[in-house]
Write a protein that binds this ligand. Structure first.
Ligand code: MN
Ligand code: MN
Length: 300
C-alpha cells in the first residue's frame, strides 16, 4: 500500500517564460517510453509479481522502495508541465474573444482541448503512455538488467530535454531527477553485482556525461542526494540496505540507505484558467465547508 503526502520531492520555481512547446517537450519525461510513468509502473509490477521473496527479500525491498520514489517523480514532472502551461492562454470567460487563439500553434493542442492546460499521460509527440512499456519477466537477473538499461535510457532523455528547454522550472526538475535517476542506475548496478559478481558499476555513467555538467544538479549532490536511497517506509523494505552500500562509482563516497523519505516541499499553486472552465464550479461556496470544518475540528 502507498500512503500519500501532499508534498513535492523538489522545490520548483515559477517559470520565467511559460511555454506550451517547452511543456510538450517535457511530456517525454512523464509519458515517454523512458519516462517516469514507465519507471514507476515497471518497478511497481515487478514488486507485485516478485516470487521467492523469502530467499531474495533484499532485491524485492530494493525494487519496491525505488517504485515508491518514482510516484513522487511523476508528480514532479507533472507539476513542471503544469507550471510551464500556466497563463499561456488569455484568461477570461468570454469565448468570443478567442482566448485560446494562440494555442493552435502549440505542438500539443491536447493540453488545451483534452485538459485544463495541464499534464497528460503522453510523450512529447502526444502518443499516450502504454502498458506495453512495462517489462516484468519474473526472472530477477533479466528484470534488473532491464531496469539498469531503463534508468540509463531515462538519463539520456533527461539530458536531451535539458538541452531543449532553458526555463528554470524545467531545469530544476531535470537537475533533481538526473541526480535521483543516477542513484537508481547505481542501485540496479550494485544489485546485479550482488546477484552475479559482475562489476556493473564500471559501466557508469551511461551516457558518459556526469551530473555535475548540469548546474542545477550540483545543489542536490552537495546535499549528498546522489548517495542516498530511501525506503519510503518507516517499517518495511529495509533489507534494500544490504544491497545499496559500498562506494559510489564516480566519486568513491559511501552509498547510504535511509529509512523514510527525502526532504519534501510545498507543491506550487496552480491558478484557475477560466477560459478553459478550469476548475469551473462557479456556484460552489466554500463557506459551507468552513462552518462544517469548525464544528468537526478539521483544518481548513
Ligand atoms: Mn524517476
Ligand atoms: Mn528512477
Amino acid at each position: 500500500m502507498i500512503s500519500r503526502m501532499d508534498r513535492l520531492a523538489v522545490d520548483l520555481p515559477r517559470p520565467k517564460n511559460p511555454s506550451p512547446n517547452d511543456a510538450a517537450a517535457v511530456q517525454e519525461l512523464l509519458g515517454g517510453k523512458f519516462g517516469e510513468m514507465s519507471t514507476l509502473m515497471n518497478y511497481t509490477f515487478q514488486s507485485f509479481n516478485f516470487r521467492g521473496r523469502d530467499r531474495l527479500r533484499p532485491f524485492y525491498d530494493l525494487i519496491a522502495s525505488i517504485a515508491a520514489e518514482e510516484y513522487g517523480h511523476i508528480e514532479a514532472v507533472s507539476y513542471a508541465i503544469n507550471l510551464l502551461l500556466t497563463g499561456t492562454s488569455k484568461r477570461g470567460t468570454d469565448p468570443t474573444k478567442t482566448p485560446l487563439a494562440d494555442t493552435t500553434d502549440a505542438r500539443n493542442t491536447r493540453h488545451f482541448i483534452a485538459s485544463g492546460q495541464a499534464a497528460l499521460p503522453m510523450d512529447s509527440m502526444g502518443d499516450f503512455w502504454t502498458g506495453a512499456n512495462v517489462f516484468s519477466s519474473g526472472n530477477l537477473k533479466l528484470d534488473l538488467l532491464h531496469n539498469f538499461f531503463l534508468e540509463c535510457g531515462a538519463r539520456a532523455n533527461k539530458m536531451r530535454v535539458y538541452e531543449m528547454v532553458s526555463d528554470p522550472t524545467a531545469r530544476q526538475m531535470i537537475g533533481y531527477l538526473l541526480v535521483r535517476g543516477g542513484v537508481h542506475v547505481v542501485a540496479y548496478a550494485v544489485a546485479l553485482e550482488k546477484l552475479t559478481g559482475v562489476e556493473v558499476r564500471k559501466l557508469v555513467p551511461v551516457p558518459e556525461l556526469k551530473n555535475d555538467a548540469f548546474p542545477e544538479a550540483l545543489q542536490f549532490m552537495k546535499n549528498k542526494e546522489h548517495l542516498k536511497l530511501y525506503s519510503f517506509s518507516q517499517s518495511d523494505y529495509q533489507q534494500a540496505g544490504l544491497i545499496f552500500n559500498g562506494p559510489h562509482p564516480e566519486d568513491g563516497q559511501p552509498l547510504e540507505f535511509v529509512i523514510g523519505h527525502p526532504k519534501t516541499f510545498e507543491p506550487p499553486v496552480l491558478e484557475e484558467e477560466p477560459q478553459l472552465n478550469s476548475p469551473g464550479a462557479e456556484n460552489y461556496d466554500p463557506q459551507m465547508f468552513i462552518d462544517m470544518a469548525k464544528k468537526m475540528g478539521i483544518k481548513f
